[in-house]
Design a binder for this molecule. Structure first.
Ligand SMILES: C[S@@+](CC[C@H](N)C(=O)[O-])C[C@H]1O[C@@H](n2cnc3c(N)ncnc32)[C@H](O)[C@@H]1O
Length: 425
């Protein structure tokens, strides 16, 4: 069978199966009454509609494929056998037609994709979109994979495969629609929050929800956070809803547009100060004693910095060197320096090796950093056995804050240089 040619919507398999014959109207109550015996002890896992047989009403039968008629009643649980006799039921072998509805998506894909090719089990859901990273081997089966997922998940309307690793500045994926509607504009729900986005135009990762939870647990109501690479605002908006003020920024103009939409949809208009600029420029604006005066008081100082652009966040920390020298002394003092939460990649496997490598790297930007000051080192994902994505939380040291400000300023000019001020009620 060449699975690339299968008409998945009309998939039908003829098969001889043995199982328990039941009238349709009795089936549900019998299954309910004997659920434990049927599904756990007997390992039955299918209920198949047999249709009309011998002029009788519709019948259903529960089946497992390796069951033999001659095993009844000796190999069946006694309680079940007693009830089968009591209800005048019988065990039969019958020709059946199994369709997509009789299989889970994994069972179906295991049948349709040749042995030796790994079944793609993991995919991310973003609103109505299912998102795969198919391997080279799985690619010839992309249509069948997409259609199976569409058929088995009614809330999914579009299935996409990521073509390239995220290489571009905006971290947007190159996608191919492999099944369903060609519509990448979606609304994703994360708990009670809604996020509008176009999956092709902005960065989004549903799996980072747990990581967001973790960083959010550092924040207290009325504190201010600086979310420098905020995307469409999943962290910022959730922090705002906790009662925090957030200065948020993303260089991607599309991300900025969705950020403003999401700010309104989640009703946190007065809690976010939004920028569409290069992160370095935003730090410069917020620390500059003159430019910062333009913003409401609760956005003139920040308690936490969240930097989620893993490529070089550790190296980016030079922007905080000399913070106390370049900022307003009325606003910034030695006892209100920020906690930095920076993501990055490290090419080590053990905890100690990771910390040692990061300490060497970070000392190039913050020379007074010591590993003893680390509040938490969290591995977010193992990219491969020797490459880990991490997030590290640590307070900016007084010594680094009092050093000479960094001169290493590499400004990326944004397409637009906008900011959106919060509504002051
Ligand atoms: C990995 S994504 C994270 C987005 C968001 N924090 C999230 O979790 O959904 C990194 C973001 O950084 C933005 N970005 C890249 N370079 C930037 C820069 N120089 N300044 C500001 N934002 C930048 C990208 O547009 C992208 O949205």
């Amino acid at each position: 069978m060449d699975c690339k040619e299968i008409d998945i919507q009309n998939y039908k398999e003829e098969i001889q199966l043995c199982g328990l014959k039941l009238a349709k109207e009795k089936a549900n109550s019998f299954i309910e009454q004997h659920r434990k015996l049927i599904f756990e002890k007997m390992n039955f896992n299918k209920v198949v509609n047999l249709g009309a047989i011998d002029g009788e009403d519709l019948r259903l039968i529960f089946l497992k494929q390796d069951l033999q008629e001659q095993d009844f009643p000796e190999k069946w649980p006694k309680d079940l056998v007693d009830d089968i006799y009591k209800n005048n039921l019988s065990v039969i072998t019958q020709k059946c037609y199994l369709t997509l509805d009789n299989y889970s998506s994994i069972e179906l894909l295991s049948k349709l994709i040749p042995c030796g090719i790994p079944i793609p089990t993991g995919y991310e859901i973003v609103g109505h979109i299912a998102h795969f990273n198919l391997t080279h081997q799985q690619l010839p089966y992309k249509k069948i994979i997409g259609e199976t997922i569409l058929h088995k998940n009614k809330c999914i309307k579009t299935v996409v495969n990521k073509l390239e690793k995220l290489h571009n500045v905006y971290r947007t994926p190159e996608l191919e629609v492999i099944a369903g509607e060609n519509n990448l504009e979606t609304i994703h729900k994360e708990g009670k929050f809604v996020f509008h986005l176009n999956f092709e135009k902005v960065y989004w990762c549903s799996r980072l929800q747990v990581e967001r939870d973790r960083i959010l647990s550092y924040l207290k109501p009325n504190q201010t956070a600086l979310d420098l690479f905020c995307g469409i605002g999943p962290f910022s908006i959730r922090a705002a809803k906790m009662g925090c003020n957030v200065i948020c920024n993303d260089l991607n103009p599309h991300a900025y547009d969705y950020l403003l939409i999401n700010r309104n949809k989640n009703k946190v208009e007065d809690k976010l100060l939004c920028f569409n600029n290069d992160a370095r420029k935003v730090v410069d604006i917020i620390l500059n004693p003159i430019s910062v005066k333009k913003y409401p008081k609760n956005f003139q100082h920040f308690d936490h910095v969240y930097m989620n652009l893993p490529v070089n966040n550790i190296e980016f920390c030079d922007v905080f060197l000399g913070l106390l020298k370049k900022s307003d002394p009325e606003i910034w003092k030695t006892d209100n320096l920020p906690i930095i939460h920076a993501t990055g990649f490290v090419k080590q496997s053990s905890y100690e090796d990771c910390i040692s490598e990061i300490e060497i790297r970070i000392k190039k930007t913050l020379p007074n950093f010591v590993k003893e000051s680390i509040l938490q080192f969290q591995v977010i994902k193992n990219v491969n056995p020797h490459l880990q994505m991490f997030c590290m939380s640590f307070p900016l040291s007084i010594e680094d804050a009092l050093s000479d400000p960094s001169k290493a300023y590499q400004y990326i000019k944004p397409e637009r240089e906008e900011e959106s001020l919060p509504l002051i009620k």
